[in-house]
Design a protein around this ligand. Structure first.
Ligand SMILES: Nc1ncnc2c1ncn2[C@@H]1O[C@H](COP(=O)(O)OP(=O)(O)O)[C@@H](O)[C@H]1O
Ligand SMILES: O=C(CO)[C@@H](O)[C@H](O)COP(=O)(O)O
Length: 433
């Protein structure tokens, strides 16, 4: 029995699965938490990865591995391979002005055509422009730019700063995959190559970028194990679920995402649907919101209940929550692009303002943004027959009950599992074969 490891280094935690490469059965698992906040020292993710691997019984008997992870985060390295500053995460909105500047300079239509994306604060390109404009000394020192999963792959293989890593700062050994490259804003899904002019326009100069491995390609770690190119978390989940035509995946984690695997690339100059690639050679049109599982966390905290009780309250209210409506832009919003928005509660009357209705309004409001995302995918011609509901929020019974009403399609809830890590494990198994 050959064992492989798949990782999901997500926003809130790191999850590791050790899987039987032949049967796909999960043999061992481990996890560790990540620091809170939208600006995080990548070393904390490496520590969490090592702790989660130890929790999963170590790498000793593992023959291949791959890492999936949160997308878009800006990891900037100096010439010695050291991290220059905390990574700005996908949900950090400080670069909203940089996104507007890039659109003004290049045009939304041209950027959608060149990269599949219209910049919003989430994408790496806007974070690099923010760095150039707000921390020019740091920008000048950037020798290489990576994303969370690229950098973790590099470090776990044994590369990194001189004196702190066995193999040193070899930038030619930074690798990534199509799905995460497609979330940078300086990668062309049509050619599969980087758009260096856009990188230079954002950062102010050129820099080393991870080599984009094809779906079957692999590299090796310091112990000779095969290592896959990994994936952005959503592409990893699509692979782990085996999502096919007619499936739309709805993931309720820190982010809310709605996406489908597509043979054709999509181009949406409105920016609603991001024209990502997947990690198997296809495409992954995707809509993302900044406000998902943590909306439920916040309302549960406010009501002083746990998730099970929040769910019970929401299910016991009528659909529509007697007119109480939560617009859940607690963290600003990405789709629609309202980085400075705040949440609001409307429709409060003496009759509607109950604990049950507030719980229901939280679930309905959170899902409404995802329902709009599903319609945007449909409008681009993506076939949708059913939704597959995953992520921490899918553990809520209320979410499972309300989702079909809001999404308007049959909803299936796969067995609870770490589908991003499973997808990464599946990729590792495929490079071993
Ligand atoms: N039963 C539940 N009901 C609602 N939300 C839940 C439940 N269990 C976990 N969560 C929430 O799911 C989130 C974690 O989900 P996860 O998909 O792992 O997130 P991420 O990938 O962003 O790290 C947390 O915000 C957690 O509070
Ligand atoms: O920004 C995106 C996708 O474009 C997010 O999906 C991040 O990739 C983080 O996902 P979670 O950690 O919330 O699962």
């Amino acid at each position: 029995m050959a064992l492989v490891m798949g990782v999901d280094s997500s926003t809130q935690s790191c999850k590791v699965l050790v899987v039987d490469a032949d049967s796909g059965a999960v043999v061992r698992e481990g996890r560790a938490t990540h620091p809170a906040g939208t600006s995080v020292d990548p070393e904390a993710w490496l520590s969490a990865l090592r702790a989660a691997i130890a929790d999963a019984g170590g790498l000793g008997d593992v023959e291949a591995w791959a890492i999936g992870g949160q997308q878009h985060g800006m990891v900037v390295l100096d010439a010695e391979g050291r991290v220059i500053r905390d990574a700005l995460l996908w949900n950090d909105t400080r670069s909203a002005g940089a996104a507007s500047d890039l659109i003004a300079e290049f045009g939304a239509d041209a950027l959608a055509e060149r990269t599949g994306l219209v910049p919003v604060a989430s994408f790496t390109i806007t974070k690099l422009r923010w760095l150039r404009d707000h921390e020019p000394e740091n920008a000048a020192r950037v020798a290489a730019v990576a994303l969370p999963h690229d950098w973790l792959t590099w470090r776990l293989r044994g590369f990194g700063p001189q004196g702190e890593s066995p193999l040193g700062p070899v930038f030619a050994e930074l690798v990534t995959d199509r799905s995460d490259a497609s979330g940078t804003g300086y990668w062309d899904p049509a050619s599969g190559g980087y758009d260096r002019d856009l990188l230079i326009a954002a950062l102010g100069h050129d820099a080393a970028l991870p080599r984009v491995l094809g779906p079957e390609e692999w590299v090796i770690d310091q112990d000779g194990r095969r290592v896959g190119g990994g994936a952005g978390d959503n592409a990893g989940a699509a692979l782990g679920l085996g999502a096919g035509p007619g499936d739309v995946v709805v993931s309720i984690g820190t982010s809310g995402t709605v996406f489908a695997v597509s043979e054709q690339r999509t181009i949406d100059p409105t920016g609603t649907v991001a024209g990502f690639a997947d990690c198997t050679g296809r495409f992954l049109p995707l809509v993302a919101t900044l406000n998902a599982a943590r909306v439920l966390d916040a309302i549960a905290r406010l009501l002083g209940v746990d998730h099970a009780e929040l769910s019970r309250l929401a299910v016991s209210a009528e659909p529509g929550a007697a007119g109480l409506a939560l617009v859940p832009y607690f963290e600003g919003e990405r789709t629609p692009n309202l980085p400075d928005a705040t949440a609001s509660l409307t429709g409060m009357t003496l009759a509607s303002t109950t604990r049950e209705n507030l719980a229901r309004a939280a679930v309905e409001g959170m899902l409404a943004g995802l329902g709009a995302g599903l319609e945007a995918l449909r409008a681009l011609g993506v076939p949708i027959e059913r939704a597959l509901l995953i992520g921490g929020g899918a553990q809520s019974e209320a979410v499972r009950v309300v989702a079909p009403l809001v999404l308007g399609v049959p909803v299936e809830v796969p067995a609870p599992g770490e589908y991003v890590a499973l997808g990464a494990a599946r990729q590792a198994a495929s490079v071993l074969a």
